[in-house]
Ligand binder design. Sequence first.
Ligand code: GTP
Ligand code: MG
Length: 335
Amino acid sequence: MTPPRSDRPALKTYIDGVRAGDRGLLSRAITLVESRRPEDRERALALLDALLPYTGHAHRIGLSGAPGAGKSTLVNALGRMLVERGHRLAVLAVDPSSPLSGGAILADKTRMPDLAHHPRAYIRPTPSGGDLGGVARTTRETLLLCEAAGFDVVVVETVGVGQSEALVAGMVDSFLLLTLPGAGDELQGIKKGVLELADVIAVNKADGPMAPSAREAARQLEAALRLLDGGAEGWRVPVLSISAREGSGLDRLWQSLREHRAHLERTGRLAERRQAQRQAWFQDLLRAELLDWLEAEPSRRALVQCFAEKARRGRMLPSRAVRELLARLLPTPSR
Ligand SMILES: Nc1nc2c(ncn2[C@@H]2O[C@H](COP(=O)(O)OP(=O)(O)OP(=O)(O)O)[C@@H](O)[C@H]2O)c(=O)[nH]1
Ligand SMILES: [Mg+2]
């Protein structure tokens, strides 16, 4: 239930609260950016505008891996290591397939027992019922709020359904792919296209009887990657074997992530990457809002349906249908 307006904090309360790292106000600020109500959007944007100067400093890390790869275990173990060293860590989850995010919250908080109640860690699950585009917007905005709240490491985790890896890779500095040994041909075990997104790869569960096969998998993967591209843009994707459960290899993993980030900074590619990400954000949102605008009003919606139907039935070339539709909707089509 949305509280009545009078119960809502003033904008300044949000701004000061987030900047002071007040978790309650941070959570409410995130709820505000997740809202689709027009008046909430206005407030959310005013809040983000005010906080923008305090964003951008965090190491933004994407994490993806098949269900059961050990993402939650890794975030818990790596996160514990980082908070013990004084870092402040925020963990955001992107899971557009999950209809019940209440379940996901519980599952994740119980699987990250060392972080769930740590004062320097903050875990926020995916909002429920969002489409991929909506989740992308709210996650990008939430990431900025977490930076303004002083978190210096932000992990965006996804289970890797549909396009979610590409979406996460499009909002982070370093993309970490978590995989498992024993998938036969190591390259085939990984979803096509995801390999190109990875900046660092970790083969998990290198412990007990699986340790030798995990190390072998890492070696094979690294060799295969060398053949694919001998280190595109001066960065050779490191493939590490780790055990999230025992905590082994986590030091080196963190070191690799830091090296990647330092590499981006040194070569000027961090600024480039973030610029390209902001451009993509703009374009994704523009596309989504234009489609919403078309749907928002009955006569426009009817016109769209009419031309869509002509295209579907083959009565009109789809290209022609779009052109005619725009000619009807816009006073002077500029094309
Ligand atoms: N042996 C071993 N088991 C591990 C390791 N890491 C995780 N596991 C186990 O693998 C199972 C899945 O781990 P999770 O951390 O929940 O995996 P996840 O990737 O978060 O899974 P989803 O949230 O379902 O996508 C659990 O039973 C873990 O205890 C590891 O390093 N070694
Ligand atoms: Mg998990």
